[in-house]
Ligand binder design. Sequence first.
Ligand code: SAH
Length: 224
Amino acid sequence: MNASASPANKLDGYEIPRSRMIEHLRNHYKIKDEKVLEVMNRLPRHQFVPEALKSQAYKDNALPISAGQTISQPFIVARMTELLELEPKDRVLEIGAGSGYQTAILASLARKIFAVERIPGLAKAALEKLRKLDFQNVSIRTADGTNGWEVYAPFDAILVAAGSPSVPEPLLRQLKIGGKFIIPIGEDQKTQTLVRITRTDNGSENENFGPCAFVPLIGEYGWE
Ligand code: SAH
């Protein structure tokens, strides 16, 4: 499934908070990519948060999921997706699937998503939700994503949703020339800078997009 055939948003009672979230992303956070906003206005974010937090699903903050992890703030999800500049033909590697919400957005904009999640229970729950929403173009694997997913490389785009001390070298190697890679990088485990890396013929170019706060990326090329 891709952009043109993403699951439709049936009336679900969350139309008003969802459209407020979209207005806030557009007017306050200056998210400009209308395709990203359209997808976020369609996907049921409330289905990706714990039952008890459903009423808060469209608020402007991250929320706890399970195993001490979080579903990222809508703004950061929108910004990271916008910065990837996805095309419908793209194959994308996502590290840190968590709730699966970001995965659903990527799967609505690109051809195929290969997602890696380190915590088995989260990976399983995310895949179940995505199947229930009829996404057929997502594979989720439980593993240390700092090693990437070699057999399916190279990727058109890579998104890492956890904070890393540095750029995991295997991920850069698995990115196509011209491909874009978004990752939060920081010297401590609590705060990072959102970095976009574009792979070039003879190396890579980095751009910074301001401070952010993600849970740590734990693995061979991340934190211990
Ligand atoms: N985009 C997700 C963010 C989840 S938080 C969402 O909005 O729901 C980040 C996730 O990264 C957590 O689920 C955590 O378990 C996972 N993670 C941390 N280190 C990882 C690694 N090395 N490989 C794969 N996943 C990792």
